[in-house]
Design a protein around this ligand. Structure first.
Ligand code: SF4
Ligand code: SF4
Length: 380
């Protein structure tokens, strides 16, 4: 395992971090503790010393499962969890922090993340007697060792949050297909923050077999997942790549990659950049994702559907595309998460009204292309 100095914290963290969001489950609401403990403790044996959980992961049981795995390991492992803002400011934070400490069965949390910080959050948290004062108080009491934030906002909004000087580390999205935070990673490192990446394999997208992705580094790798993981951990300004490992096989494979995580050479970087630019151009032949064609009266999220087609056509991530397209058949009334609703309906529901085609600046033959997509990715 390779370890890196984590920003200005004085701590050395393993480049591979354990994301405890996909642990084996016994039911919707309870982790299957025995295999989950085995998995996490095997990760610790392999040198992983950073574990990331959150109150809502795994049917709200992930923190309990992590607490169980930490028995006998607590002093060697750095634990991260998150504060999900609710009503009630400082009192809400204190209540949630105490619940996390109880569930984790620990006296302190190493990295306490303010979850999903965006442009407006810092001023709101910073009011006198507010959330930030309460976090600092908890730090003085030794309940929290480091104050961190996780980020899902527009990349342009991050420098301001870094410049607030409040946070010691950041948890952000970054992978081969989504490099929007690349400059933020460099800036965070320059300002002395630790940088943890979530979704190095694109939430599983890049884990599906694809020769295009597998060959992108121009060096021998076993799988597209390995290429995606290597791309992230080869970035010298990334300290930890989190992987939501579900079984021992995935864990051993990731540990093998992390043990041999040398940076990409200048020539390799040039090759990756050129290939990604080429792929982006190809993807935009089908759809640039501008959203001008929306809304569709049938609730088809046209750019999302074409995005899935791009993963198939450009990146050869066909299994992934088919699986994701399958989600579009789920009846709207059964969808609860906002992103599930945002996926829209499957392209087979198109009534060919033509409203979208009139608005598309690319003059795409949307109706025809939706039919083709439905044919290729839809249920047989
Ligand atoms: S043609 Fe089909 S996809 Fe386009 S707006 Fe009409 S129903 Fe929606
Ligand atoms: S308007 Fe055209 S290019 Fe833009 S998202 Fe819709 S289909 Fe894609």
């Amino acid at each position: 395992m390779i370890y890196k100095e984590f920003g200005n914290t004085g701590i050395k963290l393993s480049v591979l971090g354990f994301g405890a969001m996909r642990l084996p489950m016994a039911s919707d609401k309870q982790v299957d503790y025995e295999p989950a403990t085995k998995l996490m403790q095997r990760a610790f044996e392999l040198g992983v010393n950073y574990i990331d959980t959150a109150p809502l992961y795994c049917g709200e049981d992930s923190e309990v499962a992590v607490g169980k795995a930490l028995k006998g390991w607590r002093d060697k492992i750095y634990v991260s969890t998150k504060y999900n803002e609710g009503e009630g400011g400082a009192a809400d934070l204190r209540k949630k922090l105490e619940l996390s400490l109880t569930k984790l069965d620990t006296e302190y949390i190493d990295f306490y993340h303010c979850w999903g910080i965006n442009k407006g959050t810092v001023p709101r948290f910073a009011v006198k007697g507010g959330v930030l004062d309460e976090i600092r108080k908890a730090k003085d009491e030794g309940l929290i060792r480091h104050i961190s934030f996780s980020f899902h906002d527009d990349a342009a909004n991050m420098p301001e949050i870094i410049d607030s000087g409040i946070f010691e580390s950041v948890l952000l999205q970054y992978n081969m297909l989504d490099r929007s935070n690349e400059k933020n990673i460099d800036y965070a490192k320059e300002k002395g923050l630790g940088v943890v990446v979530m979704g190095p394999v694109g939430g599983g997208r890049l884990g599906a077999p694809s020769e295009v992705i597998r060959n992108i580094l121009g060096r021998e790798v076993k799988s597209s997942a390995e290429a995606a993981m290597r791309f992230v951990i080869a970035n010298p300004n990334v300290h930890v790549a989190l992987s939501g490992m579900q079984n021992l096989e995935q864990l051993e494979e990731n540990a093998r990659i992390a043990a041999n995580a040398e940076a990409l050479s200048e020539a390799e970087l040039v090759q990756v950049n050129a290939m990604m630019a080429e792929n982006k151009k190809l993807a935009e032949l089908y759809c640039t994702g501008c959203n001008y064609c929306l809304p569709c009266p049938q609730k088809i999220n046209i750019p999302h559907v074409f995005g899935l087609m791009n993963y198939h056509k450009v990146y050869e991530l066909t299994d992934y595309s088919r699986a994701e397209y399958g989600n579009l058949y789920k009846p709207m009334e059964e969808r609860t998460a906002p992103w599930e609703i945002g996926w829209g309906t499957d392209a087979g529901t198109c009534i060919e009204c033509g409203v979208c085609e009139e608005k598309c600046p690319q003059k795409l033959k949307i109706i025809e292309q939706l039919k083709e997509t439905h044919e290729i990715l839809g249920r047989k």
